[in-house]
Design a protein around this ligand. Structure first.
Ligand code: ZN
Length: 41
């Protein structure tokens, strides 16, 4: 089960920041659509 989940995320295309378009590295805040720079409010 866990391996299937990992494979699922591996196959996902890289996310891009909705603000600057920079590719977002996989991180704990995977629910965010913004990069670290744009995420700072
Ligand atoms: Zn950004």
């Amino acid at each position: 089960m866990l391996e299937s989940v990992i494979e699922f995320f591996k196959n996902l295309p890289p996310k891009n920041c909705v603000t600057c378009g920079e590719v977002i590295e996989e991180q704990h805040e995977c629910y965010s659509n913004k990069c670290d720079s744009c995420n700072i409010v």
